[in-house]
Design a binder for this molecule. Structure first.
Ligand code: HEM
Length: 457
């Protein structure tokens, strides 16, 4: 195979583009697309990187030939220290087996039952909110979605620990997110502040998850939730169940993946609504006419199409998982370029979601883009907030349902205004978080009863 590289940015001798990427990740990816097109080549140190900006190439990698790729080694190496080897980071047969075991917890019928918890916990949160309060909605959403995932998947109550676990996860994500672009890593056993922090974060998460598992094993009860499924799962081919470590790793993965992203989606949605009163008005109209002053429920979801459009559009502009990467495990050809085994493919969901070739005025917040039939107007992999192919997000329906129910509950009760003078900065580490939070001032919404009552049955 002859080396022939696609165009790309100027490379620095040792680091390649590592520093440019580390300092301005979102802008770097967009500039590459604009200057060099569908496939862009650069290096991170000695490693060859290919950024692909074309829906068909992305489909090739994620969905058509996933067997030619693995998750990227940097992500696996760094995240495994915190969440072990769960669904997110496992590969091949082991991944297939674990996915088979976990998937049933997310069947449609089962997640319908989670709806009540999502709404109850949101309503409980709102009991503590009052007109003129100022709060960081990013932090509030993180605590809420963490409580929801702990209750629905593990039947556990983490209210008392939500703040400290949240801090531990933030610390974990920050250290892992930054380490991925550090050219040199000091050994993990050195007592550097960074290593100490990472270990503390991992220890607190570990304690929380282990407590959930121990309590369940001790009770011996089958609660029919994910944790019971993991503990009772029997491998059809090899017999036997999962080891304690496997259960712990899957539980830890789902606990983190299952709340962090949805919390960010909700926080960005509240931020966008606060800046677009016309969208908020239309959303409130839909909620009032369907709910007529009551709390939402699973059965209402099909009657809330605009609520869904708002969330989809918010995840277009601020995709909580903003990038996904793969390692090429055999020599392949992509976009008529030869790509060698060991190279890394980067797919920037953020860049694709703002590509003017597929989206009119891509930086504008316009939920109407997602009016029915949108799938026929946009190529499949121009919008992929949940990834695709066999490794598509296992919790995508859970997340959409949660985002809609939580948003409907909040927006029916409160109006929010951004506290002036703050700078909202997206921080693209592993997920796309608002770097310094999003502070809002609350106003209780007047309850309006629609004389026509529910319009959707
Ligand atoms: C808005 C919310 C969410 C977003 C945007 C999101 C996004 C994603 C994306 C893009 C992937 C694929 C990563 C890749 O291919 O490299 C993924 C995988 C995954 N997600 Fe989500 N996710 C969300 C919510 C959830 C929830 C609620 C859960 C669980 C309760 C979850 C669990 C997982 C797991 C376990 C995987 C790995 C699946 C596999 O490799 O088989 N996610 N998610």
């Amino acid at each position: 195979m002859k080396n022939r590289y696609p165009p790309g940015p100027k490379q620095f001798l040792l680091l390649g583009s590592l520093r440019q990427f580390a300092n301005h990740r979102l802008e770097f990816m967009i500039a590459n697309r604009d200057q060099f097109g569908d496939i862009v080549h650069f290096r991170f140190g000695p490693r060859h990187i290919y950024q692909i900006n074309d829906p068909e190439m992305i489909q090739y990698v994620l969905a058509k030939h996933p067997e030619q790729f693995h998750k990227s080694p940097a992500l696996k190496r760094n995240t495994r220290q915190v969440i072990g080897q769960g669904l997110l980071t496992s590969e091949d047969e082991f991944h297939k087996r674990q996915r088979r075991l976990v998937q049933p917890a997310f069947y449609h019928k089962r997640i319908a039952a989670y709806g009540d918890v999502m709404v109850d916990y949101s309503a409980q949160m709102l009991e503590g909110w009052h007109t003129d309060d100022q709060l960081d909605v990013a932090h509030e959403m993180m605590k809420l979605t963490m409580r929801i995932v702990a209750k629905t998947l593990f039947d556990a109550d983490v209210s008392g620990d939500a703040d400290s676990i949240g801090e531990a996860i933030t610390m974990g994500i920050e250290t892992v997110g930054r380490r991925i672009t550090q050219p040199i890593h000091l050994p993990d056993w050195l007592p550097t502040p960074q290593n100490r922090e990472r270990k503390q974060a991992a220890a607190l998460l570990e304690q929380t998850i282990t407590r959930m598992i121990d309590e369940r094993r001790a009770s011996g009860e089958d609660k029919g939730d994910l944790l019971s499924m993991l503990l009772m799962a029997v491998d059809e081919e090899q017999g036997g169940g999962m080891s304690n470590k496997q259960v712990r790793d899957e539980a830890m993965t789902l606990f983190i993946a299952g709340h962090e992203t949805t919390a960010n989606a909700l926080a960005w949605t509240l931020y966008l609504l606060a800046q677009h009163p016309e969208v908020e008005t239309r959303l409130v109209e839909e909620l009032q006419s369907v709910l007529d002053g009551r709390l939402p429920a699973f059965a209402d979801l099909l009657c809330l199409p605009y609520t869904e459009m708002v969330i989809k559009e918010s995840m277009r502009l601020y995709p909580p998982a903003w990038v996904t990467t793969r390692e090429v495990i055999e020599d392949i050809e992509l976009g008529s370029y030869p790509i060698r085994k060991g190279s890394i493919i980067i797919m920037s969901i953020y860049t694709m979601h703002r590509d003017p070739r597929y989206w009119n005025e891509p930086d504008q917040f316009r939920p109407e883009r997602f009016a029915s039939g949108w799938e026929d107007r946009v190529p499949k992999y121009a919008y992929f907030p949940f990834g695709g192919g066999p490794r598509v997000c296992v919790g995508n329906q859970f997340a959409m349902m949660e985002a809609k129910l939580v948003l409907a509950t909040i927006i029916s009760r409160f109006q929010m205004k951004l506290v002036p003078g703050q700078q909202i900065v997206p921080d693209p580490l592993i997920t796309l978080r608002p770097r310094d939070g999003i502070f809002m001032r609350l106003a209780a919404r007047e309850a309006v009863t629609d004389p026509l009552g529910a319009i959707c049955n």
